[in-house]
Design a protein around this ligand. Structure first.
Ligand code: F6P
Length: 461
């Protein structure tokens, strides 16, 4: 039995089968899992997550070997492939994720046909399996903290079977307006919002997402559920410790050699349609076009982590990024060396080394729940780097006053903002960088997690 239960689709680490057939843990994929794992260091918590890999399915059957899940007791929910596929790929990633980020190309998507409805039943089944796992093992009155859109329907089930539990849900993505939610059938919107209202409270990274949630619930349910704002920050000490690793120093020397005295414009994202990589590249192209003096003076390094390559939209987006960069590099490059270095790979040391060195960090998402890169950059940076930040990132609410604003759809405006950022006087850079570094280190994961847990409550009525 357990007094604190954390529930998320992805667990603290990816469990794989090692070369000798033993189970090994790899660095957790995705934005949420690493922060949550850090938040739970030293906590006696049970973590309920989905068995996603072959190694995790084996661990679900045989038990998770001690030490693979940090300090938590990891319980993996192993569901048949068709349930996982319908819930995770079709509903969570191909539908809810696009809806939450306001990114549907409405002339074509979504297509809510019979197969989609079957997938939604799988999503319900998936959520109920998670809720039942919690219900069976949580102590009387335990605190249950549930994360993200994969698990919106856990609230209603827990409210029905274990009303004694103090529950809270946290959404790490944006939350759309009531109008945008209208893309889904009314009954589905009602079910999702009613289930979210079945938690003791619902948390978001900024007031904008919380207000959207409460307004949508008022419109659909006729009542306003309890909700709160708890922005997540970085673990600055841990980041600096990892960045002091020799692997980062080696990556940093390689980057210095590549820059060869030129300024560094940097970005780091998962390759996701919400991140707005394409308009970032187009803005850089416009800058080089309009201000030729910058052509030999700045290099744009874009480190992009592969993401959700089983979705056609993601594959198409990745390929469009690669083609656009190739075109711009052909136009402005010499000897095969273009001004944009797009690296689609998972290389954490190289990312940290670039964050330390960037003169300008571009974070221009179309919409983002928080965007931790906007905080990690200033915490690590050693050059009084400027943050060029979209107001549609949750992080803007905290950092916007010290950043250079880039409106996500305005390519010309972004080009001008990048130039302004590159030309800011040293004293202004230093003042902004100092403020951003302080704000980026606020609300470290452990503190943030305690704040969430403090909002856990027995569901109303
Ligand atoms: O896009 C952001 C996000 O949806 C987070 O809310 C979540 O932590 C993560 O992505 C999940 O990613 P994945 O599908 O790779 O587990």
């Amino acid at each position: 039995m357990s007094g604190l239960v954390v529930v998320s689709n992805r667990g603290p680490a990816t469990i794989a089968i090692g070369p000798d057939g033993q189970l090994v843990a790899r660095h957790g994929a995705g934005g949420l899992a690493p922060s949550l794992a850090r938040a739970l260091r030293g906590e006696r918590a049970r973590w309920v997550a989905s068995a996603m890999t072959e190694g995790e399915r084996r661990a679900a059957r045989e038990g998770v070997p001690a030490g693979l899940a940090g300090d938590t007791e990891l319980r993996l929910v192993d569901l048949p492939p068709e349930v996982r596929d319908g819930a995770y790929r079709v509903v969570a990633n191909a539908t809810l994720w696009f809806l939450l980020h306001g990114l549907f190309d409405r002339t074509r998507r979504p297509v809510l046909d019979r197969r989609w409805r079957e997938a939604f039943e799988r999503y319900r089944e998936f959520n109920h399996a998670f809720a039942d796992e919690v219900a069976e093992t949580a102590d009387e009155g335990a605190t249950v903290v549930v994360h993200d859109y994969h698990l919106f329907l856990v609230g209603a089930r827990l409210r029905a079977v274990r009303p004694d539990l103090a529950t809270v849900h946290f959404t790490h993505t944006p939350f759309p307006s009531a109008d945008e939610l209208e893309v889904l059938p009314r009954a589905v919107v009602h079910e999702l919002l009613d289930s979210m209202a079945g938690f003791g409270s619902c948390g978001f990274h900024t007031a904008r997402w919380r207000d959207n949630f409460q307004a949508a619930a008022r419109a659909a349910l006729g009542r306003v559920p309890a909700a709160f704002v708890a922005p997540l920050g970085t673990d600055a000490d841990e980041l600096r410790r990892v960045a002091a690793d020799p692997a980062c120093a080696v990556a940093g020397e390689a980057l210095d050699a590549e820059l060869d005295g030129r300024r560094l414009l940097f970005r780091s994202d998962r390759v996701e349609p919400s991140k707005n990589l394409l308009r970032g590249f187009l803005a850089f192209e416009e800058l080089l076009e309009e201000r030729p003096a910058w052509r030999d003076r700045v290099v744009f390094v874009a480190r992009a982590y592969p993401s959700r390559q089983d979705l056609p939209e993601y594959l198409a987006y990745r390929s469009e990024c690669e083609h656009l960069v190739a075109r711009i590099n052909d136009r402005f490059g010499s000897g095969g060396d273009g001004p944009i270095r797009l690296r689609i790979e998972d290389d954490f040391p190289a990312t940290l080394a670039a964050l330390q060195r960037s003169d300008v960090l571009l974070v221009n998402p179309i919409r983002d729940g928080m965007n931790l890169v906007a905080k990690e950059g200033p915490v690590l940076n050693r050059r009084d780097g400027v943050l060029a930040l979209s107001p549609a990132a949750g992080a803007f609410a905290e950092l916007g006053a010290h950043a250079v604003e880039v409106e996500p759809f305005d390519v010309t405006g972004t080009a001008r903002a990048l130039e302004r950022a590159l030309e800011l006087p040293a004293d202004e850079r230093a003042a902004r960088a100092g403020a951003l570094a302080r704000l980026g280190a606020a609300h470290p994961p452990a503190e943030w997690f305690h704040e969430l847990a403090a909002h856990a409550a027995r569901p109303a009525g």
